[in-house]
Design a protein around this ligand. Structure first.
Ligand code: FAD
Length: 352
């Protein structure tokens, strides 16, 4: 395995932003992983595991350590019966190709997660979710390489401690593992999830097939924000997480909106909010919109008008400083007008 020096990271991210990695290597199996961590240990380097770079903002100064890019490939059926299939997916597989494969085979459970960029390993990290489906509902277990013990172990769904955009991999055990495979438990029995209005509106008279759902999700996503393929309009998807509120905090938000923007703002919020058990998910996009921030720009970075949760590298030359400056401004304004603290969804790498 080759370890390169001073590799510019921007091309490895969907934002197309980021300075150099002091060291960079490509890992395809546990032997490469072992070599990478021994190199880092010897040189006393920090390490960072990179997938498709679609949930990151890397600083203009880059990362002063070893970046480990995971590229192992393979999709394998481990077990199946009349109703279910257990699918093992290697981390380096492009996630959307995995969704397409499942849809083509008539396996249910990940179709609403269509058209999300990135690699399959990262799906477990932030418990990727969209349009009412979440990775945690179909992940059976995750196979990982422990960077300290150098052992390969399997972590079951419960021990991943999945929550909204959260797992042990981005919280209590962050940086401890390389994920090499994920086992997905998919259904052969139709189980469309149409709880999100955008999606249900498309199928008022009929029960859709898997491929119809996938096409609808792709169409909805393409209308909202650009799928990042080139430098221009690069992005990392939603930059802000949707706030999750309990009853009292939600009532406080309504009072604050009524004071700042009038009763119609509260009516609109009531229509847009999403109840999940005894908590309420508030669309951060609506808060950004009502605070009048949809047109905001900072250097080469801009809020995406059709879906203001997204910050885009609209000039193709935005710096990480432009993006972060814009995001901080949005956070401050939303807090001062609504009392809600927004949290960033992409991970910030190489910032002090
Ligand atoms: C246009 C667009 C739309 C998006 N839509 C959604 C959406 O609807 N829902 C959603 O949840 N997310 C969405 N995202 C965010 C992003 O695509 C997902 O979080 C994706 O799973 C990140 O995958 P990645 O391979 O690019 O990970 P990276 O950005 O490379 O890494 C993200 C994190 O995962 C870790 N990681 C990556 N691979 C491994 C591995 N093999 N082992 C251990 N750790 C690893 C990294 O260290 C880092 O902490 C979107 C992004 C874009 C650009």
């Amino acid at each position: 395995m080759q370890i390169q020096e001073n590799v510019i990271l921007a091309p490895y991210t969907t934002f197309k932003i980021g300075g150099p990695a002091r060291y960079f290597c490509i890992v395809k199996d546990q032997f490469d992983a072992l070599e990478a961590y021994e190199f880092a240990k010897e040189k006393k380097l920090k390490t960072f595991v990179l997938g498709g770079g679609s949930n990151l903002l890397i600083s203009d100064e880059g990362f002063d350590g070893l970046v480990i890019k995971v590229v192992n490939k393979g999709i394998e059926v481990l077990k199946e019966d009349e109703s279910r299939v257990l699918l093992r997916v290697a981390s380096g597989e492009v996630w959307d190709e995995v969704v397409r494969f499942a849809v083509t085979n008539n396996w249910w459970g990940i179709e609403n997660l269509s058209h999300i960029p990135g690699s399959s390993g990262a799906i477990a990290v932030q418990n990727v979710g969209a349009y009412g489906q979440e990775a945690s509902r179909v992940i059976e277990s995750v196979t990982v390489f422990n960077k300290d013990t150098h052992q390969i172990i399997s972590i079951n769904n419960q021990d991943c401690k999945f929550a909204y955009r959260k797992s042990i991999f981005n919280s209590e055990e962050k940086g401890k593992y390389i994920i090499f495979n994920i086992d997905f438990n998919l259904s052969k029995i139709p189980a469309p999830v149409l709880s999100y209005r955008d999606l249900s509106q498309k199928f008022t008279n009929s029960i859709p097939s898997l491929s119809e759902i996938r096409s609808a999700v792709i169409e909805i996503r393409n209308k909202k924000f650009p799928f990042p393929v080139e430098a221009k309009n690069g992005n990392a998807g939603s930059f802000f997480k949707n706030p999750i509120l309990e009853g009292r905090s939600y009532q406080e938000l309504k009072n604050k909106l009524a004071n700042s923007f009038g009763a119609s703002a509260v009516e609109a919020l009531e229509k847009k909010k999403f109840e999940e058990g005894n908590v309420i998910k508030v669309p951060a996009a609506y808060l950004i919109d009502i605070c009048g921030l949809k047109e905001l720009k900072n250097g080469g970075a801009a809020i995406n008008k059709n879906q203001p949760l997204v910050i885009i590298n609209h000039s193709g030359k935005a710096t990480a400083k432009d993006v972060l400056g814009l995001a901080e401004k949005v956070k401050e304004e939303v807090y001062s007008k609504t009392g809600i603290s927004l949290f960033f969804e992409p991970e910030l790498i190489g910032f002090n």
